[in-house]
Design a protein around this ligand. Sequence first.
Ligand code: ACM
Length: 531
Amino acid sequence: MRVPRTCAALLVLMTAVSCTAAHGDDAKPGAPAPVLPAFQRLLPAPERARAAAPGTGYRLEPGTVIRAGSASSGETREAAERLAEQLRASSGYSLMVVDGDQANGILLRIDEDAAELGDEGYELTSNAAAVTLTARTPAGLFYAVQTLRQLVPAAGGGIVQGGTITDRPRFAYRGAMLDVARHFFPVGQAKRYVDQLAQYKVNKLHVHLSDDQGWRLAIDSWPRLAEYGGATEVGTGPGGYWSKEEYRSLVTYAAERHVEVVPEIDMPGHTNAALASYAELNCDGKAPKRYTGIRVGFSSLCMTEQKKEVTYRFIDEVLGELAELTPGPYLHIGGDEAHSTGAADYAAFMDQAQKTVAKYGKTAVAWHQLAAARPADGTVLQYWGTAATSAAEKGRVADAAKSGHPLILSPADRLYLDMKYDLTTGPGLTWAGYVPVKKAYDWDPGGYLGGAGVPESAVLGVEAPLWTETIATRADLEFMAFPRVLGLAELGWAPKGAHDWTAYRQRLAEQGPRLDAQGVTFYRAPDVPWS
Ligand code: ACM
């Protein structure tokens, strides 16, 4: 049977889906997107979807009741309330939320025995009587709700396609990074990004909190870091920093959306803001000027015998306060581009930093340059190489992976959201080349370092960093992140068998109106058939 390409990937996963709306490779850029059958519209694509006959399913009506299970935990009730709020906004319906577990209306339920759904999976069924969302955990229920939001017709009412979706993520770590050091962004912007990401099942927000150009988190034991070191950014702007209260509010806000905040204090390089704030951190005892350019690799914490003690006390106190603010397991300690730290000093410093993270009961994450030194047991490495990265460097990362260090993949020529799309892109850099939407999506994280000997099982997940040397506004930030970060979401969640650019770009096109409705200033890539 020859099936339209649009459906080919999904047919691998579905036994009874109808693939009526095809749209081939030859679609003209700018031509209106077809309306895909609902289950094929989902982004990220689900692991398994079995559609009932077209036109069947649950009809959302003004009187639809949302039921939060019978043993309604606070979290089920919260998920139900949030779903009601979101559907009310699009439909105008009243959508009462009640306790109870009749399969009548929209039912949310936690089934702790549904082991097959794992930590984040869910099942969604829709028939004439009800839409039932089942998960083993609140996170799974949250993702079921995100799927349902995409299945509800944009105009609000209408039928939720009948059938069953059984879904789980491919990778546990699905992240985005926001650099608030090069240009400062307030906590409200980070929360907005969390909302945007969580709807696509991204579950980590890595915040790059310190760099040469600014220190962005209040640290009580070293107050000048934020007060003085935070008052600059690239260019002439005033910089800024997050108070602990603001930071906690972000952590809570993200957790409510099942996003874990992964904080990064970059060291021993990328530390000019700290060195400028405290003279005693410098080998010569003199504080350098604050820095507002975009060079890298010129700063280092001091590792002389005389200064080691203060340097180690500094990282102990900073990481101690950071750990206290961090409910999640990870503290990111940077370790990249330490070009002004000797190799032996770098290794000794990173040993100490990892030991300090462990002392506070956390797991260290570091950029993959640590593979050239001594990654400690359990340390996670974040790979940011490119197609041009040497075999030797990849080999060191592969050796670390083989000896048990999980990898987060952020290949710069695929997932760096600060790379320009093409020649015409205003903001952004090009050192890793242009990264058009297709290039960001069209690679396989599981096999990416396979040539170097890294098995898929060593890949914890993927992350798309957004560095902000050239990005100073919300509009530019969203223009660079969207739509590429949806590719990240797809790579992190969707099964490998659904990977297909032609099908993906159709689904991506269908997210356009949704992003528009949310006021996201996304890039209308010419090779995506936006409606
Ligand atoms: C990096 O891009 N320096 C991690």
